[in-house]
Design a protein around this ligand. Structure first.
Ligand code: ADP
Ligand code: MG
Length: 612
């Protein structure tokens, strides 16, 4: 009985892009279909380890490709796990994740409307068949003995049909009826040329018109000298389903404490920034060339999920199941050794070519920051990879914590930083000037999460990390700036302000650390820091947040404060308005001003007074 199904809306969008806007790199459909065939056979191999009742159990695990120029068809057949009726609907009629939106966004971002090469990375590779075919048939029988002989057919417009069909072997046979302008893909030599580019990494025989095209190659077991950059890049693209170039590469062999052959890459594109959600781990676990798990969750630390490649260890028991693998001490050790090597490698590369590293870091810093917060064992090594602008760098240039420590002033024991939205916010604010005057470098951090990251890090090379707006910093007297308000007058002024602003300030005091600015606010010890408040606000969790009372520090050498001390005695009303405004300016610099609109009303009043 024939059943017609509508494609899910997401699939329709992908098909629309695939059919109407992708005209170059169309040949990648072969890679996508062959890699699906290989995936299905890999799953079959694993299934056969535990299941005895398998349909067509004797069929060989290989990909057979037939090009028929006269009929203008290309057929790709495998003996993998195949699909049941429900699986056909699920796998070829829907997309479970937000693949299509992310895919469309990435195409726009790439700036090349017709770049088909991205498709595999978004988990929608099968649909690339419709770039070249106006009709696709998927003949299949599942590995389950109670499966049916089925054929799925579609022209890629809005629907597909599923029919019962004559005897099928186990697995999938995909027949592409090629469009007129895609006739080249029915020519053996053209298909061969495409397969030769990458099928060497497919771990099953690939046979084209009766002739085997690939020699299965475990490039990670070879020595480095025998491998060219091009071969590495091709392997990276094969392993990551991508078409970008790897940014860094680490290939190493070790014998102790465990035998390891590892080949790891970092990408140039951060797929999570396309709104694809969390990536899955991308470093496969092998034992003597045999894949144990393509996406092992507990091999490398979770934050390293952007890394691609292979870890092979002959010390692993071959029959280890994925479940027991997760808890194996050996696997943990393996991941631990490799993670450490990779961190060391990145540190070395970053020092050797800072410009390249900065470009990479821009896109991937989020992972390192996540690592600091979640990966205790590697925290110190990850910290070396962090980069920040600072009071001693130009805008856009960065410094590492290691370099910061190297150039610390004699006697300096603390690493200082400020978190704010931008460089100009920090530099125009009241906090850093005193540090600059004393010759202390201040790191500039621009993301809300930085506060959290730094507090997880706690120390770097035994040095404390402290925000410049911590309440307990004593830099000694600021020097070289005008005459100070006499102490008695300052006390009167502070008491007067404290009374007026009792609901907002906890303490009013004169400050030694202010240079050039009239005032600043500090968050009392134990209160939520401004950055954490902003994070809560961004998450919509500020409803039940207590209003912070702040410490209000005045600069007794600043002309405005000296004037204020006098004005307070003669015109308390104006002095009051000015004081409130000084407080709001300071709150604004600290990122703590919750009601900026009150400034408008107040400045209105002040201007009226001035102009009367
Ligand atoms: P992905 O391979 O990233 O999952 P695709 O669009 O390439 O995305 O394939 C979608 C799904 O269709 C696969 O996950 C798989 O479940 C199923 N599929 C595709 N080709 C085959 C095949 N040859 N044998 C069995 N299942 C297949
Ligand atoms: Mg695929």
């Amino acid at each position: 009985m024939s059943q017609t199904h509508e494609f899910q809306a997401e699939v329709k969008q992908v098909l629309d892009i695939v059919i109407h806007s992708l005209y170059t790199d169309r040949e990648i459909f072969i890679r996508e279909l062959v890699s699906n065939a290989a995936d299905a056979m890999e799953k079959m191999r694993l299934t056969q380890l535990t299941e005895n009742d398998v349909f067509d159990a004797a069929s060989t695990l290989e990909v057979t490709i037939t090009a028929d120029e006269a009929a203008r068809t290309l057929t790709i057949a495998d003996h993998g796990i195949g699909m049941t009726r429900a699986e056909l609907v699920e796998n070829l009629g829907t997309i479970a994740h937000s693949g299509s939106k992310a895919f469309a966004a990435a195409l726009k971002n790439a700036g090349k409307q017709n770049d088909a090469s991205l498709i595999g990375q978004f988990g929608v590779g099968f649909y690339s068949a419709f770039m070249v075919a106006d009709k696709v048939e998927v003949h299949t029988h599942s590995w389950r003995n109670d499966g049916e002989h089925l054929v799925w057919t579609s022209d890629g417009s809005t629907s597909y049909t599923i029919d019962e069909s004559a005897d099928q072997a186990r697995g999938c046979k995909i027949i592409l009826h090629l469009k007129e302008d895609a006739a080249e893909f029915a020519k053996t030599h053209r298909v061969k040329q495409i397969l030769e580019k990458y099928s060497n990494f497919v771990s099953f025989p690939v046979i084209l018109d009766g002739e085997r095209v690939n020699t299965v190659e475990a490039i990670w077991l070879k020595s480095k000298d025998g491998i060219t950059d091009e071969q590495y890049t091709e392997f990276y693209r094969f392993a990551s389903h991508s078409f970008d170039d790897p940014s860094y590469r680490l290939h190493f062999q070790a014998e102790s404490p465990i035998a390891i052959n590892a080949l790891l890459f970092t990408p140039t594109q951060n797929m999570e920034s396309y709104g694809m959600g969390q990536m899955e781990p991308g470093v496969g676990l092998y034992c003597k060339k045999v894949l144990i798990d393509p996406k092992p969750k507990k091999l490398l630390p979770e934050w390293m999920r952007f890394v691609r490649g292979v870890i092979d260890s002959e010390d692993l028991p071959l029959n280890i199941s994925r479940e027991s693998m997760q808890d194996s001490a050996l696997v943990r050790k393996l991941g631990d050794v490799v993670a450490k090597r990779l961190l060391k490698h990145l540190d070395k590369e970053a020092i050797e070519d800072p410009k390249k590293y900065n470009a990479f870091y821009k896109d991937f810093s989020r992972f390192f920051k996540e690592g600091i917060a979640t990966d205790h064992t590697n925290r110190d090594a990850i910290a070396k990879l962090l980069r920040f602008e600072s009071s001693m760098t130009e805008a856009g240039e960065t410094v590492s914590l290691t370099d910061y420590v190297k150039r610390m002033k004699e006697g300096q024991t603390t690493i200082y930083y400020q978190v704010a939205t931008s460089r100009s916010t920090i530099e125009s604010g009241p906090y850093v000037a005193a540090f600059k005057e004393k010759g202390f470098e201040v790191l500039y951090m621009f993301e809300h999460i930085d506060e959290y990251v730094i507090s997880s890090l706690h120390k770097f090379e035994e040095k404390d990390l402290k925000s410049v707006n911590a309440p307990d910093i004593d830099l000694g007297d600021a020097t070289g700036e005008g005459e100070s308000l006499p102490e008695a007058d300052a006390t009167i002024l502070c008491d007067w302000i404290k009374e007026r602003l009792a609901t907002e300030v906890e303490t009013v005091r004169t400050s030694k650390r202010l240079v050039g600015s009239p005032a600043l606010v500090l968050t009392p010890e134990g209160e939520m820091s401004p950055q954490i408040r902003q994070m809560m606000k961004a998450m919509g969790k500020d409803g039940d947040m207590p209003g912070n009372k702040v410490i209000f520090e005045l600069n007794p050498r600043h002309q405005l404060i000296r004037n204020l001390a006098k004005l307070q005695k003669t015109d308390a009303e104006t002095a009051g308005l000015i004081t409130e405004q000084i407080l709001d300016n300071a709150l604004l610099s600290a990122g703590l001003l919750d009601e900026p609109q009150r400034i408008i009303e107040r400045t209105q009043k002040l201007m009226e007074k001035l102009s009367s």
